[in-house]
Structures are given as structure tokens and as C-alpha cells.
Design a binder for this molecule. Structure first.
Ligand code: GLY
Length: 361
């Protein structure tokens, strides 16, 4: 099975990517010498499609399983939902050697990881991502947590999984809009880290839906994206520096999500708009050629992702929201800006004037 390693000082693990690999979950976990008990956490829709395959695989490999379902959606990413996972863990007598398996998208993965980090001061954790965004980003790197009423992901912990198992076939039930949103993060890796990935996406035919994307290309996309994320996280697990480049497109993206009350755009769509804006900022500052910025924008448009900041958003409100973002350091907003396709820099030298100029455009 194609395997990518996340190499960390204390908690290294593998990402396995293979079509049909859901049926191998139990055997792969058995190799890791985990305890007998497994709590599978999912949401009802995903569990309905893939839960039984996972449970059969786990039980055939000798694990005892129990299940906890959380209703789908960001509104359930709360401490109350975590408390309910703890209740199920208690009811089924989970032990330190037990494992929480997250079967779902980013919300399920982040919450299951946080419950695993905190229950009994830490039990094992395995990620089985089912959305493209979770496969290429959220399931890798150990960021876990929940939302606070005042902001997204304000409560959390770095807690690495023991294994990430990716079965591309599960994407067949992912809504097209979610597939495209995941592709925004894939394009991000092309810009920040992997020029060849970017070129492959540019040269490919349809890349905006599972039903028409070439399956070999999809496998390549998953492998290269996971490798990019693994390499960055291996160099900077706790975001002391380099890892911040993964936030390319997220600075303005988060402001747009927040000002539209998380109703108008899904995360990847806001990131797509944020990447277009960051690209324009970089070329206005003379850091990036207009030609490369246009190549990025063309690829985003080809993926049928939005590229424009909604005109109804107030420029000053956007600037204010940028100031309150988590990524502000010592009062200065940090931007990730491309200098070439495949290379970015982190800078706090973007003035409000430049941001205003780009938003007005
Ligand atoms: N999603 C950004 C990170 O994992 O650091």
C-alpha cells in the first residue's frame, strides 16, 4: 500500500493511501499492537455508508468495537459533543490502551482527536478521513479541537494519530461542492510546496468532481498532498514557524468565512478566494509575477471554486477581522505570499493599503 511517513521526534506514524483499504483497517491497526477495545466515532450518514465495513474489518482482526455517532455539521463541534464521547468511553470501559477511530470528515476527526487526547490523559487515535479536505489536510498533523461560541477551533490540542488510513473510493459519496472545497487545499500544496503537483493539475482534464477525475491522477493528488503536509509537519510539528505556510489563503479566507457567518462559503471555497487575494497582494508587492498569479487563478476557476470576495462585504470590516485573527503575531497580521509556484514566504509587511487595494479590485 502506498505509504507516507510523518516523522516526528516522539510520535511518528504512517499515512496509508489505497483504493478499498477500508477493509484493511483492522489488519493495519493490529500491526500497531493497540489494545483490544475500539470506539468508532462517526456521523450517521457516513456510518450508514461505511461503518459496517470498518466494524467487520476491526472485528475480523480481533478488536472489540463500540460506536458513537455525532450529528453531522460544524454546529456540533462543541465541548458538549466531547462530553458525550466521554460518556460512551466510560460506558464501554475504555482503557489507556484502547483506541478511538475517527470515521468522517474534519469535524469528526478534530473532535475524536481531542477526545482521544484528553480521555484518561490520552488514548490511541486513528484517522479514517472520508472527505477530500480531511484526507489531504485535517487528518494529518495532529491538530485536534472544538469551537468556542466566540470562535472556531479556539479549544484544542496537538495530538498525533497512530495511523491515517485513506480509501479514495469513499469519495464517491462526497457531495461535489465538498470535493471542490478539498481541491482548494490540494491547489494550495501546489503553490506552497509542490510545483509538479501544480503542473499536473494544470495539465489534467476535469478535476472538479470524483465522477470525472482520472482515478490514477486522484491517487497521485492524494499521495503528493499528504506528502507535502507530512514534510511540513515533520519539520515543524507545533507551528513554531514553517507550518504556518499551510495557512496560505486562510488569512483573508477566515475573514470572509467569519463575516458571512459561516453560511455562504464552505471552508475550501473561502480559502480559494483567499489564495486569489494573496496572489494579487504578492504580485502588487512585486514578490510574484502576474503570469504565475494568473496561472493560479485559472486553476482555481477550472476547479469551479469561487475567486471573488463578495462585493457586499465592507472593506473596513475585512481589515478589522484580519486584525482579530489567530494568526496575528505581536499586533501584526501575517500573510503567506507566493514568490514562485511551489514557494511561499511568511511576512507581516502587508499594509492595510495594499489589502484595501486588492479587495477593491
Ligand atoms: N490545517 C493547517 C495545519 O494543519 O496546520
Amino acid at each position: 500500500m502506498p505509504t507516507i511517513s510523518v516523522n516526528l521526534p516522539a510520535n511518528s506514524y504512517n499515512i496509508l493511501i489505497s483504493s478499498g483499504s477500508l477493509t484493511q483497517l483492522g489488519e493495519e491497526m493490529k500491526q500497531l499492537n493497540l489494545g483490544k477495545k475500539v470506539l468508532l466515532v462517526s456521523n450517521p450518514e457516513i456510518f450508514n455508508d461505511y461503518g459496517q465495513t470498518c466494524i467487520k474489518s476491526l472485528e475480523d482482526a480481533g478488536f472489540e468495537t463500540c460506536t458513537h455517532l455525532i450529528p453531522a455539521g460544524e454546529t456540533y463541534k462543541t465541548l458538549q459533543s466531547i462530553a458525550r464521547i466521554y460518556d460512551t468511553a466510560l460506558e464501554h470501559h475504555l482503557e489507556r490502551s484502547s483506541t478511538l477511530v475517527a470515521l468522517g470528515g474534519g469535524v469528526v476527526g478534530d473532535m475524536t482527536g481531542f477526545a482521544a487526547a484528553t480521555w484518561l490523559r490520552g488514548v490511541n487515535f486513528v484517522q479514517v478521513p472520508t472527505s477530500l479536505l480531511a484526507m489531504v489536510d485535517a487528518s494529518i498533523g495532529g491538530k485536534t479541537g472544538v469551537n468556542h461560541p466566540q470562535g472556531k477551533n479556539l479549544i484544542g490540542a496537538f495530538y498525533q494519530p497512530k495511523l491515517v488510513l485513506i480509501d479514495p473510493q469513499v469519495l464517491k459519496t462526497l457531495p461535489v461542492r465538498e470535493f471542490r472545497a478539498g481541491m482548494a487545499e490540494v491547489i494550495k500544496y501546489g503553490i506552497i510546496w509542490d510545483k509538479d503537483l501544480f503542473t499536473k493539475l494544470e495539465q489534467a482534464g476535469d478535476i472538479d468532481r470524483f465522477a470525472s477525475i482520472n482515478q490514477e491522477l486522484l491517487q497521485t493528488i492524494l499521495i503528493r498532498s499528504a506528502r507535502a503536509k507530512a514534510e511540513v509537519v515533520s519539520q515543524d510539528e507545533k507551528e513554531a514557524g514553517l507550518r504556518a505556510i499551510l495557512n496560505y489563503g486562510h488569512t483573508i479566507g477566515h475573514a470572509i468565512e467569519s463575516l458571512t457567518n459561516y453560511q455562504q462559503f464552505v471552508h475550501g471555497e473561502a480559502v480559494a478566494i483567499g489564495m486569489v487575494a494573496a496572489g494579487k497582494i504578492a504580485s502588487l508587492m512585486g514578490l510574484w509575477t502576474e503570469e504565475e498569479a494568473n496561472r493560479q487563478d485559472k486553476l482555481i476557476a477550472k476547479t469551479k471554486l469561487p475567486t471573488k470576495i463578495p462585493t457586499e462585504l465592507d472593506i473596513n470590516a475585512i481589515i478589522e477581522t484580519l486584525q482579530s485573527d489567530k494568526k496575528v503575531k505581536a499586533g501584526k497580521v501575517r500573510f503567506i505570499l507566493p514568490t514562485q509556484i511551489g514557494k511561499v514566504i511568511i511576512t507581516d509587511r502587508v499594509t492595510d493599503g495594499i489589502v484595501k487595494n486588492v479587495i477593491e479590485q
